[in-house]
Design a protein around this ligand. Structure first.
Ligand SMILES: Nc1nc2c(ncn2[C@@H]2O[C@H](COP(=O)(O)OP(=O)(O)OP(=O)(O)O)[C@@H](O)[C@H]2O)c(=O)[nH]1
Ligand SMILES: [Mg+2]
Length: 251
């Protein structure tokens, strides 16, 4: 596949930082190298079958409390983003067949650092949850600095898994997150969480409704999951494997 097309390189600037959603005047300008390197999964869809990685050998690597502490990417990164309590940490544990690798709590706002998990040269990145109103302004500021700081760096973004609770419409911040991912042209998928809370037919109806609400292009994968039951994990692993193969093909 050739170099990035003109549309790949197009940078559409956002008037507001995604996390602050109208509360900040800071512009998000994704680094040119990220734009150049990041294309949608479909554009990169390799004809070859992606080699699957070993999800049973993932280990905790490091946590970062500020984005300036982040060390440069050393391999493809799969980042998990979503509102607080949506089930990011639970999903990571289920994906890796581990009970307590990432910290899970029914109290929202537990993950207040960027946590890196590693298998070989692949990194899984548990981002702090957004949109939790019950924390102080300074704590919210710290979270937004972390999330924006992460996405503003020139990193090897293989895939962003954007998590949304299947029971509800996407929140304003979910919409802003997805809008940002589309505009920055980052490879991403939508992971609908807590599928065990609805019947199969309701899950399918919600999946279609969310795709409509978010105006998702047809090439963006939408995976229904339950970390309680383990459903959807193989589908998500296949999306991740494909994304890692595409990221490695770009290098
Ligand atoms: N029924 C059900 N509950 C879930 C599922 N995934 C997560 N939960 C519950 O949702 C709550 C939040 O889960 P976490 O995994 O800690 O959520 P998080 O997104 O990491 O939250 P923060 O770290 O605060 O951003 C916990 O009580 C989990 O047990 C699921 O698939 N099904
Ligand atoms: Mg968490």
């Amino acid at each position: 596949m050739g170099g990035p097309s003109a549309s790949d390189l197009r940078i559409r600037r956002r008037a507001t930082a995604w996390y602050n959603h109208g509360r900040s005047t800071k512009r998000h300008v994704p680094p040119a190298a990220v734009i150049a390197g990041a294309r949608t999964l479909a554009q990169n869809h390799p004809a070859r079958k992606a080699a699957s990685m070993n999800y049973n050998t993932v280990e905790y690597e490091r946590s970062f409390g500020t984005s300036s502490q982040l060390t440069p990417s050393e391999g493809p990164e799969i980042a998990f983003a979503g509102r607080s309590n949506v089930g990011k940490s639970s999903l990571l544990n289920k994906l890796f067949n581990r009970k307590k690798l990432a910290y899970v709590s029914s109290t929202p706002g537990k993950t207040a650092t960027i946590n890196f998990f590693r298998s070989g040269d692949v990194r899984f990145v548990d981002l702090p949850g957004y949109g939790y109103a019950q924390v102080s302004k300074s704590e919210r500021g710290r979270w937004s600095e972390l999330i924006e700081g992460y996405f503003n760096q020139d990193r090897n973004f293989a895939l962003v898994a954007s998590l949304i609770d299947i029971r509800h419409p996407a929140t304003d911040l979910d919409e802003t997150m997805v809008g940002f991912l589309l505009e920055a042209d980052l490879p991403f998928c939508i992971v609908l969480t807590k599928g065990d809370k609805l019947s199969h037919s309701k899950c399918q109806a919600q999946k279609a409704a969310l795709a409509r609400q978010l105006e998702l292009p047809p090439n963006i994968p939408l995976v229904v999951t339950s970390s309680l039951k383990g459903s959807g994990m193989d589908d998500l692993r296949a999306v991740i494997d494909q994304a890692i193969a595409a990221a490695e093909g770009r290098r």
